[in-house]
Design a protein around this ligand. Structure first.
Ligand code: T5A
Length: 199
């Protein structure tokens, strides 16, 4: 089973992934948690370029780089892990590229779908959780962290408003796969909703 988590930066994905992992392990599952972009040496190098580059990266180059990192992760880690019986939880996956580069940057969605199709090579998530929080709320959470903002986090409020809108569109379009959760509920309440949806 491939479970993916989505939402704007600071929406609470990492928090919920850790709780879901504990829950699934208690139930006897073998669990592998991964992040996008990243989780292979090549994908981590691409992550560094995407998030830390001081140079402008064109929107199309951004799509191709995120998808290249994804292609490497899918073929070298996710597919083999699923074959070995792991439940794979991924912090972001193909929907992030639609929401961020499509709705956020304005790249043509059909073009993104084509790149995503190459990258995932048929591997759709079994279930996707979108944690929905207002941009101001997520920004306040992120501001509490000591770390410097990365290139994507510096994209500005309007960008994140569009990304959030993108997630709303995706949730309406793929109702059979996507569960959208009000991310302003308490950590415990959200975790209960997620665990109930999996079992
Ligand atoms: N990207 C990625 C693209 O543009 N295109 C793509 O195709 C892909 C794959 C990745 C960046 O790349 C972009 C998107 C991103 O900008 P990242 O460093 O992996 O960046 O960062 P994020 O995925 O955005 O993750 P964050 O670490 O910023 O946020 P999380 O994981 O969503 O949030 P989390 O769990 O760390 O929580 C943030 C804070 O909120 C608190 C937590 O304790 C923490 O302090 N919190 C809550 N507070 C109140 N109520 C709740 N329910 C809470 N849940 C968590």
């Amino acid at each position: 089973m491939l479970i993916t988590f989505e939402g704007i930066d600071g929406s609470g994905k990492t928090t919920q992934i850790n709780l879901l992992r504990e829950h699934l392990e208690r139930c006897g599952h073998k669990v592998l948690c991964l992040r996008e972009p990243g989780s292979t040496s090549i994908s981590e190098k691409i992550r560094e370029t995407l998030l830390q580059s001081k140079e402008d990266i064109s929107p199309i180059a951004e799509v191709l780089l995120f998808c290249a990192a994804r292609a490497q992760l899918v073929s070298s880690v996710i597919k083999p892990a699923l074959k070995d019986g792991f439940t794979v939880i991924c912090d972001r996956y193909m929907d992030s590229t639609v929401a961020y580069q499509g709705y956020g940057r304005g790249v043509d969605i059909a073009m993104i779908d084509a790149c995503n199709a190459m990258a995932i090579d048929g591997l759709l998530p079994t279930i996707t959780f979108i944690l929905d929080v207002q941009v101001e709320n997520a920004a306040q959470r992120a501001d509490k962290r000591a770390e410097e903002k990365d290139r994507m986090e510096n994209a500005g409020n309007d960008f994140f408003i569009n990304v959030r809108l993108g997630y709303h569109h995706l949730a309406a379009q793929y109702k059979e796969r996507i569960v959208m959760i009000d991310g302003t509920k308490s950590i415990e309440e959200i975790s209960e909703i997620i665990c109930a949806a999996i079992i």
